[in-house]
Design a protein around this ligand. Structure first.
Ligand SMILES: Cc1cc2nc3c(=O)[nH]c(=O)nc-3n(C[C@H](O)[C@H](O)[C@H](O)COP(=O)(O)OP(=O)(O)OC[C@H]3O[C@@H](n4cnc5c(N)ncnc54)[C@H](O)[C@@H]3O)c2cc1C
Length: 474
């Protein structure tokens, strides 16, 4: 059979004999998947349809030992390696063009230790896998807003969600990891073992090896919360933003709110007459008692004349999937983000001004409330840093692949980003960086923690084997 042409570590190409690949595959409990095999298309499918990358071959490990073998194989043959957790990275960092893709979806177990309040999570898990397994016991860890997102990428980049105000970044809930490093060693890392590696993994991305297990601390949450979305016509935007500011100023950490402006989707929960018209919405999740939630949410629920009010008592897992349908796989996405330290009149004026010429109906600017527990930790507690962040501002464009709107969308996002950047803390979220963002943005994400990350990278991955990521140069 013909040799397979694979991209090398330095972007060169090399031909590998099919027999050599077959011998490697024979040693795996998982599988090696070639482009003409069934399952290849799904293995290389990622969330952002704007990214066009086709790996030469996919390795789907089933065990840590499979990962050890895969790391040795790519290292010894000097091949370019990418790692796919949930495939949700907007920059398409799960894949490389012509390289070897490690698809972790064959390692998707969650084991809950109810007594010890810990979850052991496989690297192929989605957020939904973990929420479902832990919520059976009324437990949860801080995970993000869309359930199909991969736990691995989200955690390694820092992570935030509805519980961040109570428990901090996702990496503040991380207790331990198992990782296969470039030398092929299987290491455990925690606050007391390989502490430097653990520090780097708490935000430093996929730079240090292939994580084969995450251990998260769990907290009593739900299983019911008071949560949902409430929307008004955007003509009420100024008053809603003022209401939002008052709400966040007095909100206990059990309450997280998110505000967004966009055009109304054709969703059944909105009146048909509102579809396609400009709206402003608040998403809320209150994990305190029902009485506390009713009191804290009353000003929002009684404001003006909402087009729809879906804030109600519901399962936490339902809230964790509520926004899934707004982020379908395969659409074209382009984002920019900044962390903000607060909300001001000027910021609101600038925010509202960006909607004068919204290029595509689903384009939106979202302000996620974060302030709370994460601000109580020192900047150097984990590589994620950004401990003064109070909000994440994300400017998001989405369009159908056939719409031809990519250029206009990019321009809109970039222009809104330039306008909103002056309100930034100077930090941005590494997990929201797009393909065209340069290394300086990665440095800006980590700021004072960057140099320490580079030192740890040089210790564990001196040849930069793990480079298909927001790369830390050794
Ligand atoms: C719709 C949507 C909603 C989102 N919501 C949130 C949110 O609420 N909160 C939040 O914090 N973020 C959110 N994000 C951002 C998200 O955290 C990042 O996109 C993240 O990279 C996704 O992880 P993944 O495993 O799905 O990504 P992938 O594309 O599979 O991988 C991303 C990166 O992680 C590395 N990686 C993956 N698995 C491993 C592993 N086992 N070992 C080492 N490295 C690995 C890869 O090398 C790659 O660089 C959201 C993203 C999307 C698209």
């Amino acid at each position: 059979m013909a040799d397979l042409r694979i991209t090398g570590l330095e972007g060169d190409t090399r031909d590998l004999a099919r027999e050599e690949l077959d011998t490697f595959a024979a040693g795996l409990e998982g599988s090696l998947i070639f482009p003409d095999d069934e399952g290849f298309a799904e293995a290389v499918l990622i969330w952002n349809g704007m990214i066009k990358k086709q790996p030469a071959v996919v390795v789907r490990p089933h065990t840590t030992q499979d990962v050890v073998k895969a790391v040795a194989f790519v290292r010894d043959n000097e091949l370019l390696l990418s790692i796919k957790g949930g495939g949700h990275n907007i920059a398409g960092l799960a894949l490389s063009d012509g390289g070897v893709a490690l698809d972790m979806s064959g390692m998707r177990e969650v084991e809950v230790d109810v007594q010890g309040r810990l979850a052991r999570v496989g690297p192929g898990c989605t957020l939904g896998d973990v929420d479902q397994a832990t919520q059976v016991h009324g437990l949860a860890s801080t995970l993000g807003f869309v359930s199909a997102t991969g736990v691995a990428g989200l955690t390694l980049g820092g992570g935030f969600g509805y519980l961040t105000r109570r428990f901090g970044w996702t990496v503040d809930d991380l207790e331990e990891v198992e990782i296969v490093t470039a030398d092929g060693e299987v290491r455990r890392a925690s606050r007391t073992t390989n502490e430097d590696l653990f520090w780097a993994l708490r935000g430093g991305g996929g730079n240090f090896g292939v994580v084969t297990e995450f251990v998260f601390r769990l907290h009593a949450v739900g299983p019911q919360v008071t949560a949902g979305i409430i929307a008004w016509p955007a003509s009420d935007a100024e008053a809603v933003l003022e209401l939002y500011r008052r709400t966040v100023e007095s909100a206990p950490r059990e309450l997280t709110t998110v505000v967004l402006r966009r055009n109304a989707p054709p969703a059944p929960w909105l009146p048909e007459t509102a579809h396609g018209t400009p709206i402003i919405a608040i998403v809320a999740c209150h994990s305190g008692t029902l009485e506390q939630a009713q009191a804290d949410l009353a000003p929002i629920k009684s404001h003006g004349q909402p087009l729809a009010d879906l804030i109600q008592v519901k399962d936490y897992v339902a809230q964790q999937t509520m926004l899934d349908a707004t982020q379908p796989k395969g659409m074209h996405y382009y984002w920019k983000s900044e962390f903000l330290s607060g909300l001001s009149d000027d910021l609101f004026r600038t925010y509202n001004a960006q909607f004068a010429d919204l290029k595509a109906p689903a384009n939106q600017i979202v302000l996620f409330q974060l302030d709370g527990e994460l601000n109580d930790h020192p900047e150097e507690d984990g590589a994620m840093g950004n401990r003064e962040a109070a909000f994440a501002c994300v400017i998001q464009a989405m369009s159908r692949p056939e719409s031809g709107a990519d250029d206009a969308n990019r321009d809109w996002v970039r222009s809104a980003w330039q306008a909103l950047k002056p309100y930034s803390t100077g930090g941005n979220y590494v997990n929201f960086q797009t393909e065209d963002e340069a290394d300086e943005r990665t440095v800006e994400s980590y700021r004072d923690n960057y140099q320490r990350l580079a030192t740890i990278k040089a210790k564990y991955d001196p040849s930069n084997l793990f480079r298909v990521n927001r790369n830390i140069r050794p």
